[in-house]
Design a protein around this ligand. Structure first.
Ligand code: 0RA
Length: 763
């Protein structure tokens, strides 16, 4: 490439006097030198010559088309990736001007100047919000200089014209190749392998950017065609940044159904903001300036944050949700659970920061602030119900923050004295390597005592927590932080507490095992603890350090056989096996039919029992099962389990030889048994089955002696542990919110919906 420049220089020195021609040539030399500069220092213009720089070429061309869209002249851009490694960008804008540029001494077309002169852009355009100054916006001439070849075709002024270039130098005239009524620009270029380390475009990288552009420019259609494997994708977001926010929030629980949408303009700065809160605890704010993602933030973000904090605080005070002078919400509080997209368009952006992705224009802060203050206050006034939810969430966050701060100070203070300050209730293990150490968190002092005796003291630590204290009605997670029990827990684990302050590398045990009773209280405490870990020690769950112990529900003895059983299902299976042994059907049938009949009958009995526990008498249920007319008046029919009962009874009746006209007939140990309902039949079978078995149901861990506890629940060789996943903990958090939250309706719904599932917990 340098030979062109050298040739031009020689031409110039050959001339004796300085003529007008020389001035043209001087102009030309300047251009060639410019392009040469781009080729010797490409990274200065496009950031790198790696994969990112390669894609910047496409962004640069597309950005020019998007500018046309912003100016209101273009609504469709097509990007094609060709098999030969080149890329075409087609738009339906006005087309790059093709007339001879009046100020150019060489009388070249504007088109040629745009494609060959560095920063030619401003000369011709009145583009208000071009993306100049950022990473993009370097100009089409840069793309041209870094392309092995480039071909541009413009439709404008009734003509189709074309020009070709090689490494930035024109290799053809601007030729008219046809007539058209349309307007638009088509640029095809092949990145120069002499410049780029990688020359293969990534469809995923491009698709990601085009999707972003589609969100940022509502109504603009971007089509990506990958000819390398015949793939096409279309990006079009009619909802703009509102859709952007909605899509980020997809699947999340929301505080208000529609995003808050705010736009405004001042002093040629256009501001567009969409906000929607979810019930989560993170904050996601994306900021853009002239369609460029300002990953390092800048003045627009600063203005946004300050207005958000101020507006929500003053709304809360004006409406009695916050006590003036006594309470206030911090910026972090009002941003908990927020998803926002901020898009500003400004005529002359200044980009700063390490990666040039931070907006520097100081005037933008005030503009964003004013617009948001005014319009967000209005939105809050007009949507008082949602406004209240947002304020309440921020208040929760403030409480949690305060409590975490206090707890952290506490652990710090204790930390000074190191091991000696470990809580007295903790029976620590001797092992100091966290990867070999386990901590059992045990509900109740008596179970705690058993666990302390049972444990392997080298590797197993035990911390008893008094359940009652945790289980106060409506305990909040932040309140938990004020409980001594929980402070003890935090100190024992050693990694600190709170979203920002948690240090997973200081966790003292890599297995933290929750060991609670198998009853309703136990389940409550487990939910509460899971929620606590989820909100205050999430990394601990993410690392897979949290487990749930599986203590047995039953101990069963039949003859010499002794067994521990961990779940209700397993228990039923055990009883079913006995039933299959001892029961025969009147007519010879194969074992499978007998077993499936008994299984259905057991399921029937189980559902019946659960209805009974809810206060429906068996005769009442049987009556309506037998008389469809009655079924209209009972609310019981809305329950899915009732339908199951009907289905089972129908299926059982169809089994040949189970029923005469009135009775169900079976044989138990050669004795013929008749029952006139399935419920009766079930009970008769159960009586026999249970006769020969000793069943001990453990209601609490305290009922087991240390040996039993060791054998069934703590011995690493024999026990089963459930590892808690983030999803488990999320679910616990949801259940917790419903059970403990202020809203009555969802709590009622939840209890009704899950009433039957609670059967395992408490009999
Ligand atoms: C200079 C001036 C005008 C438009 C453009 C350039 C332009 C550039 C590109 C690059 C890709 N697509 C493009 N579309 C337009 C404004 C011309 C006028 O005022 O009519």
């Amino acid at each position: 490439m340098c030979c062109y420049a050298i040739k031009a220089i020689i031409l110039k020195t050959e001339g004796g006097r300085v003529t007008k021609e020389d001035t043209y040539k001087a102009e030309h030399i300047k251009i060639l030198k410019g392009l040469e500069g781009v080729r010797t220092r490409p990274a200065m213009y496009i950031g790198s010559t790696g994969i990112e720089g390669l894609h910047h070429l496409v962004y640069e061309v597309v950005d020019n088309s998007v500018d046309e869209a912003l100016a209101g002249f273009c609504n469709k851009i097509e990007v094609r990736l060709h098999k030969d490694g080149s890329c075409t960008v087609i738009d339906n804008g006005r087309g790059i001007p093709i007339e001879i540029h009046p100020d150019d001494p060489e009388r070249r077309t504007a088109l040629e100047i745009v494609l060959t002169e560095l920063h030619a852009g401003g000369k011709f355009e009145s583009k208000a919000y071009k993306v100049s100054g950022g990473l993009h916006g370097v100009g089409l001439s840069v793309v041209n200089a870094l392309s092995e070849w480039l071909e541009v075709e413009v439709q404008r002024d009734g003509k189709i014209v074309r020009q070709r270039y090689a490494r930035g130098i024109p290799v053809s005239e601007v030729e008219v190749i046809g007539q058209t009524e349309k307007t638009g620009t088509k640029i095809r270029f092949k990145p120069d392998p002499e410049i780029f380390e990688v020359t293969e475009f990534s469809r995923e990288i491009l698709a990601h950017r085009f999707k972003e552009l589609a969100y940022l420019n509502k109504g603009l259609k971007i089509i990506l065609v990958d000819e390398r494997d015949s793939y096409t994708e279309e990006f079009l977001k009619e909802g703009g940044i509102i859709s952007f926010v909605e899509d980020i929030n997809k699947g999340k629980k929301l505080l208000h159904p529609k995003p808050i949408y705010i736009t405004g303009q001042r002093d040629r700065v256009i501001v567009e903001i969409a906000i929607q809160y979810n019930e989560g605890y993170s904050e996601e704010i994306l900021t853009f300036v002239n369609n460029i993602n300002t990953k390092e933030g800048g003045t627009h973000l600063v203005g946004f944050k300050s207005a958000l904090t101020r507006t929500i605080n003053s709304y809360a005070i004006m409406n009695g949700l916050l006590k003036e002078g006594k309470e206030s919400l911090s910026g972090e509080d009002v941003r908990e659970g927020i998803v926002a997209v901020i898009s500003v368009k400004i005529p002359d952006p200044q980009f700063e920061g390490q990666t040039k992705m931070k907006l520097g224009n100081s005037e933008v802060k005030g503009i964003v602030e004013t617009i948001l203050n005014e319009k967000l206050s209005r939105w809050l006034e007009e949507n008082p119900n949602y406004a209240k939810k947002i304020v309440e969430k921020a208040k929760d966050a403030a409480r949690a923050r305060e409590a975490a701060k206090r707890a952290k100070e506490l652990t710090r203070r204790k930390g000074i004295l190191e091991d000696t300050t470990l809580p007295g209730k903790l029976a620590d293990c001797t092992e100091k390597d966290p990867s070999k150490a386990e901590l059992f968190i045990v509900e109740g002092d008596s179970a705690g005592g058993s666990a302390k005796q049972a444990r392997d003291r080298r590797t197993q630590a035990v911390l008893p927590l008094r359940g009652k204290i945790l289980n106060v009605e409506k305990a909040r997670v932040d309140k938990m932080l004020t409980s001594d029990e929980i402070k003890t827990l935090i100190t024992a684990i050693g990694g600190g507490v709170g979203k920002e302050n948690f240090e997973p590398e200081n966790i003292r045990y890599h297995k933290i095992i929750l060991m609670t009773d198998a009853d309703v209280d136990g389940a409550h405490i487990r939910t509460l603890l899971l929620t606590f870990f989820y909100r205050q020690m999430l990394p601990l769950i993410e690392k897979g350090y949290l487990y749930i112990a599986q203590p047995p529900l039953y101990r069963i003895k039949k003859g010499k056989l002794e067994r521990y059983i961990q779940t209700e299902d397993e228990f039923r299976e055990f009883l079913l096996d006995i039933a299959v042994d001892e029961i025969s059907l009147i007519e010879e049938t194969d074992l499978n039919i007998k077993k499936s009949f008994l299984r259905e009958l057991f399921e029937y009995g189980r559902i019946f029992e659960s209805f009974e526990r809810k206060g429906f008498s068996p005769s009442y249920i049987e009556n309506i099962l037998n008389d469809p007319k009655l079924q209209k008046n009972g609310e019981i029919f809305t329950l899915k389990d009732f339908e199951t009962l009907q289905n089972i009874s129908e299926r059982i009746s169809r089994i040949h030889g189970i029923k005469d006209e009135k009775n169900y007939i079976i044989r138990i140990k050669n004795e013929v048994i008749k029952a006139n309902s399935l419920w009766e039949l079930y009970n008769k079978i159960m009586d026999t089955v249970k006769k020969g078995v000793t069943i001990q149901r453990y209601k609490g861990l305290g009922e087991m002696n240390p040996e039993q506890l060791w054998e069934t629940t703590m011995d690493p060789e024999k026990r089963t542990l459930l590892q808690v996943t983030v999803e488990d903990a999320e679910k616990a958090n949801e259940i917790f919110t419903i059970l403990m939250g202020d809203e009555v309706e969802p709590r009622k719904d939840f209890i009704i919906k899950h009433a039957l599932e609670v059967r395992n917990l408490d009999i």
